[in-house]
Design a protein around this ligand. Structure first.
Ligand code: NOJ
Length: 756
């Protein structure tokens, strides 16, 4: 009874607080709307259309005079890549001091995983499973970027990706909507801080809305076919999380989604984004993605592009100029309602007001100490260390033992500063990056370092440098090989049909392993690679992604044991490219293959496979599952307990597990909670991540970890496309990865009737 009353009082208090905050919000919103509508009332048709234009310096061949002339007549609302601070200030002065209404420009830039302090690629950041640290990194990016007069970043990139052939998986938060949503909120909050008006924050842009990561065949810009159910369950949640966290802008994508390009798609842009989610910022198209609706076969010409994009809800046009060329005529002839234009302008002005651009249009006073500040490098080192995933560790080689007196550092990525920064780092500088070789040399008090490149670049097939590398390995007690992908083959338009180590790297690893010196393979890459033939050759494997500026020191921290390896895969790793897509939250099928039916070779004389969902020539399971990652200790999960076998509406269940560090090293562990809905009105995934906790466990210690969840955590898009939970049986699983063998399992029932 007491608890019921307490609950009612709490609900009442919450309701009052909510009403108060709505009232406060509507007060400031009214003031904001008044400012917007009074400015809008003063604008000519041309000036309104001008606000919708996002130029690049190239838009007028880098000719500042020509650009200034367009700005002066109110013909530009924004620039991307507007050059250095001085250039931005020059353009802004024209807008503010020489245009009729003095509306400031908003300057955008791709600050994707850092400005000068470059953090791991976003896929690597997701591997940290540490939203707090990711938020700090985004705040650092904002601090550095605002020094350069940047107001707005084209990040976070939130495309769920199940296909490592797609080069942009590097920018993605991975395959899981729950983890991606946590990253989405963290990055948005990091960029935008406590408020956009703070001159050290920047507006976020959740992109690429939506489904872009599902490109057929992993080929960039390719068609996407995603049923609405899957769109809502898998691809939309991270965007919703960004919107809920206050993301100021959204970028519409390049892809054709179910026959309608996303830059002309009223269902995703108007119905879902504006009506269902209440988004009140602005939508910018991707680079020429509006006019690309012509080759898509969705628009006959630029005029139709302008009609379809504005009607769908794209507010600002990046680089292409269909709005500039056609909106005036379309509105004057009555083909388009001016109200649509007014809405788009209002959305853009709203963000400009929120950013405080009318009060502070010019770059903040320059403070050189902000760039690469030691605190920023510290956060980068910490986040990078937490992004590193130990995939294999079956010999006593790691952490590096005292017996390893001579260490051979080998490989084309051991000392390649530009490559380690990865894709999309237009402002990162190679000279700022500390490579693994440099970091080892600096830390080398305890051991002698021998260095041999082995291959000129990761894509080289010329083996002239092998002999030197083999000689170094022969002299050493331990060989650490840095192999993988160079930055140029990961990222936009960098799709690959093969996922193996490029060039002669496999041969290099094999030759070094043949020396008998224990091999630690450190893989730097923008995507999951396939390297099954090398797994047995290495005593340990560390997946380092493209780790950024502080990659070297962070890798040394982890290899030396100063920091526990604690990254966990944000995406499943295939055994072979033919398995793609392979992802953990798949449905079960009517004929799931049993785990013991692995790897029966094609040459088998009988017919041993049965009629189940399997491959004849490869295992169907991933090489490494989603959520997987080791530490130097052995961690045991035991004693899974549910607070009840029944969950009633409005109540919560708690599930606890005892996590024990049985090893001799301290460990950071990511405890993961998965749920399976056994039967529903639509088929459900075999498991879905619903919670995770990062904990530190000293050697020999044990800790109880508890999660709580309620009916709302079991909700899904049902057969009537309603987001709700359905009564019935569920499984709850807790453990160290998404693989069955790493999870403890219990069952419970969601009951509708409180009396049950
Ligand atoms: C195209 C890319 O798809 C997008 O992610 C980026 O923000 C824009 N170009 C601007 O550079």
């Amino acid at each position: 009874m007491i608890s019921t009353i307490t609950r009612q009082v709490t609900v009442l208090l919450l309701a009052i607080l909510t009403i108060q905050s709505v009232a406060q919000k509507s007060g400031s919103e009214t003031a904001e709307n008044t400012k917007i509508s009074s400015l809008l009332a003063k604008m000519t048709l041309e000036e309104k259309i001008g606000q919708l234009a996002q130029f690049h310096l190239w838009s007028r061949n880098n000719d500042v005079e020509q650009l200034s002339a367009v700005i002066r007549r109110g013909g530009v609302g924004s620039f991307l890549n507007a050059g250095d601070r001085a250039n931005k200030e020059k353009l802004q002065r024209v807008a503010v001091e020489e245009s009729r209404l003095g509306i400031p420009l908003i300057f955008g830039r791709d600050v994707i995983h850092g400005y000068r302090t470059v953090f791991p690629i976003p896929l690597g950041q997701a591997a940290s499973w540490n939203p707090d640290l990711v938020q700090k990194a985004a705040a650092v990016s904002a601090k550095e970027a605002t020094q350069m007069g940047i107001h707005w970043t084209f990040a976070p990139m939130l495309d769920i990706a199940r296909d490592p052939r797609w080069g942009r998986i590097a920018e993605s938060p991975g395959e899981d909507p729950f983890l991606a949503s946590a990253m989405a909120a963290a990055m948005t909050q990091g960029f935008q801080g406590d408020g956009l008006a703070d001159p050290h924050t920047i507006a976020a842009c959740a992109k690429h809305y939506v489904g872009y990561g599902a490109a057929e065949g992993g080929r960039d810009y390719n068609t996407t076919l995603i049923p609405e159910h899957e769109l809502r369950s898998i691809y939309l949640p991270p965007f919703k999380a960004a919107v809920d966290a206050g993301a100021a802008t959204i970028m519409s994508a390049f892809n054709d989604l179910n026959g309608i390009p996303t830059s002309g798609n009223p269902f995703t842009l108007r119905q879902i984004l504006r009506s269902e989610w209440g988004f009140d910022g602005f939508v910018v198209s991707d680079w020429n993605s509006m006019t690309e609706m012509i080759p898509h076969g969705f628009c006959a010409d630029e005029r139709e592009v302008a009609i379809k994009a504005l009607t769908a809800g794209v507010d600002m046009e990046m680089v292409s100029e269909s709005y500039q060329h056609h909106l005036k005529g379309l509105i004057e002839s009555g083909m388009l309602a001016e109200k649509l234009l007014d809405e788009a302008v209002a959305n853009i002005l709203r963000v400009k007001f929120r950013l405080g651009l009318f009060e502070n249009p010019y770059p903040i006073a320059y403070d050189a100490t902000v760039i690469l500040h030691p605190d920023h490098l510290k956060i980068a080192r910490e986040l990078t260390a937490q992004s590193l995933v130990l995939l294999k560790h079956d010999a006593a080689v790691l952490p590096i033992q005292k017996t390893a007196k001579t260490i051979a550092i080998i490989g084309p990525l051991a000392d390649s500063p530009l490559d380690q920064m990865g894709t999309w780092t237009p402002d990162g500088k190679a000279e700022d990056a500390v490579t693994p070789l440099q970091a080892f040399q600096k830390a080398a008090a305890d051991y002698e370092i021998l260095y041999a490149k082995g291959l000129e670049t990761p894509r080289s097939s010329e083996r002239a440098l092998f002999a030197e590398a083999v000689a170094a390995a022969q002299k050493a007690d331990l060989a650490i090989l840095f192999v993988g992908e160079d930055h140029l083959i990961s990222g936009e338009a960098r799709s690959r049909a093969f996922l193996n180590l490029p060039g002669a790297q496999e041969a290099l690893v094999a030759e070094i392993a043949a020396t008998g010196t224990p091999v630690v393979m450190v893989i730097l890459a923008g995507r999951p690679l396939t390297f099954a033939p090398l797994i047995d050759k290495a005593a340990a494997i560390l997946y380092a992604w493209h780790p950024g500026t502080m990659g070297g020191p962070a890798i040394v921290d982890v290899l030396s044991g100063k920091t526990s390896p604690s990254g966990r895969l944000p995406v499943s790793f295939p055994r072979t490219v033919g398995q793609v897509p392979v992802y953990y939250n798949h449905r079960n099928t009517g004929r799931p293959a049993p785990k013991e039916m692995l790897g029966i070779p094609l040459g088998t004389p009988e017919d041993p496979k049965g009629y189940v969902s399997n491959y004849l020539d490869a295992d169907f399971t991933p090489q490494y599952p989603f959520g997987y990652g080791l530490s130097y200790s052995s961690i045991e999960y035991q004693d899974l307990r549910l607070s009840s076998g029944k969950l009633h509406p409005g109540e919560a269940l708690s599930v606890s597990v005892q996590v024990q560090n049985n090893g001799q090293y301290p460990a950071d562990e990511v405890v993961q909670l998965y749920i399976r809905d056994r039967t529903a009105s639509v088929t459900r995934p075999v498991k879905e991540l619903k919670g995770f906790q990062r904990i530190s466990l000293p050697a020999g210690e044990s800790r109880k970890v508890t999660f709580r969840f309620g009916e709302q955590d079991l909700a899904f898009w049902n057969i009537d496309m309603q987001f709700t939970a359905e009564a019935g049986l569920f499984e709850v699983m807790v453990g160290s990865s998404s693989a069955d063998e790493d999870l403890l399992k219990e069952a419970f029932e969601l009951v509708n009737d409180p009396a049950d």
